[in-house]
Design a protein around this ligand. Sequence first.
Ligand code: ADP
Ligand code: MG
Length: 626
Amino acid sequence: METKQFKAESKRLLDLMINSIYTHREIFLRELISNASDAIDKIYYKALTDESVSFDKENYYIRVEADRENRILKISDTGIGMTKEDLDENLGVIAKSGSLKFKKENELKDGYDIIGQFGVGFYSAFMVAETVTVVSKAFGSDSAYKWESQGVDGYTIEACEKDTVGTEITLKIKANTEDENYDEYLEEYRLKSIIKKYSDFIRYPIKMEVTKNRLKEGSDKEYEEYKEEQTVNSMVPIWKKNKNELKDEDYDSFYSEKHYGFDKPLKHIHISVDGAVSYNAILYIPEKMPYDFYTKEYEKGLELYSNGVMIMNKCGELIPDYFGFVKGIVDSEDLSLNISREILQHDRQLKLIAKNIKTKIKNELEDMIKNERESYEKFFESFGRQLKYGIYSDFGSNKEVLQDLLLFYSSKEKKMVSLEEYVSRMPEDQKYIYYATGESVERIEKLPQTEVVLDKGYEILYFTDDVDEFAIKMIMQYKEKEFKSVSSGDLGIEPEENDKTSEAEEKESKELFDSMKEILSDKIKAVRSSKRLKNHPVCLTNDGDLSIEMEKVLNAMPNSEHVKADKILEININHDVFKALKEANENDKDKLELYTNLLYNQALLIEGLPINDPVEFTNNICKIMK
Ligand code: ADP
Ligand code: MG
């Protein structure tokens, strides 16, 4: 028998194949099973187009058998088989795909389910096998042939016996080396899990003998092992099933089967799109944050399938960072894969799918705000920050997508409200969307700065997350209403007639405020009479873009450059302390210094800012008790 040589270029390619195209050895099984599935597809297609061929689903399957002792792994199918010429052409020439040819000859459109197209997958078998033997009998032929190869040295073809139509591929698994364990490809459990991982949704049964336990006959405690043939793949993927057939529980159990999370998802989104790009997807919005969500280790992404075969475990490009919490799978027939099917060739289709998915998620979340508020609030508690980061990052370019998904605590409603809800009930004379920042709702409620806004009957949004104010600065305005901090210089609220300070009063206090400013020197930018304080004597506000809250956040960051907001000390001139200040200014400059420092430190404490010298502060308090 003559040994045929692989074509010269094929030799190099084979070498490349075995050593570098694939990153995971285990995918050889995916490739051989995909070929088997294609072979069955072809006979199925023949039956569709040729009346003399019948296709009885029962008779079509793929079988995987392992023989540990002899280091043999067999993959057989009842597909269309190969003639002697097919063996020579399809397996003798690397990068020649009989499947692609079949598709072309039969003018099957791209979406047809046949998987093969590159003509290299078969050779991945040499990553784990020292000898590969293919015995095949083609449909409509009486004779069978055996193709055998040990890799680069070439292959042989000879006639042999085989009763039934189809192909049987026998791999003699390599011996273990110091670095590589090949035994695993003979282990039932491992094989099963590789099949589950990559080939779970191959449409024909993949059968395997599996070991099970049962009670020994006549005994009620002794167990014995026995073997039973089982179909190990699920065949019909849940995302290809009709939505009407599926219950919430089906989606929930798929979620936990896939280990997407330990929680029960709040919501699933089942998408079937037929259009410029066709795909099916099942997406989940989790309830709980994964423990590593805000760490570098967390990797966003969706599982990607092409024609029911798993291509990528986590395809990050399918999902924007701000929706990084979404879990699920996407299956599309329209992807251009590269030769190893591990990387996508062109991402045009992928981009289209990603865009589509983004919109679906946004719509679904917006729908939840309106119709499933309780669920949404749970979701927002876990992932609201992620949405706010999403607004803040990329220079605010995603704010349109995200701004309607935000919730903030409302002074009026005493619960979380959306910006839309806020704006829709704004009184006509209200110019701005007001917000107040602080560590917690309880603390913000006590902020003196909120007094005048609340007095006006206006609603205030409470910002308790570090990122809140930064995100809002990116949004700038919502429905043409600007955001305004209750601590900002100009609140846009006209004082009531009887609250207005007369010019004489202003003039009179100017001298006092100038002295106070001198005492505090560059700790503050100015001392002013307050238009916002009602009952409290004093507060800090800020001039300019950098707020006091932002100063706190930025300075708390590691390696931050020290920033400083322009602070204004506001004094309530209707308060008794103002009289005391005036008196001190006229009669006792030491007292004025004491009072000024005390008031300034009080204002710092109210803001949650550290005071420079707590000991001096308490000593000063004792001084006034004398
Ligand atoms: P591809 O699947 O991308 O076409 P492969 O290297 O995996 O490339 O296979 C090469 C060709 O060999 C296939 O296109 C097909 O024509 C033929 N082939 C491989 N395995 C089988 C099989 N089990 N039954 C029938 N034909 C097969
Ligand atoms: Mg193939």
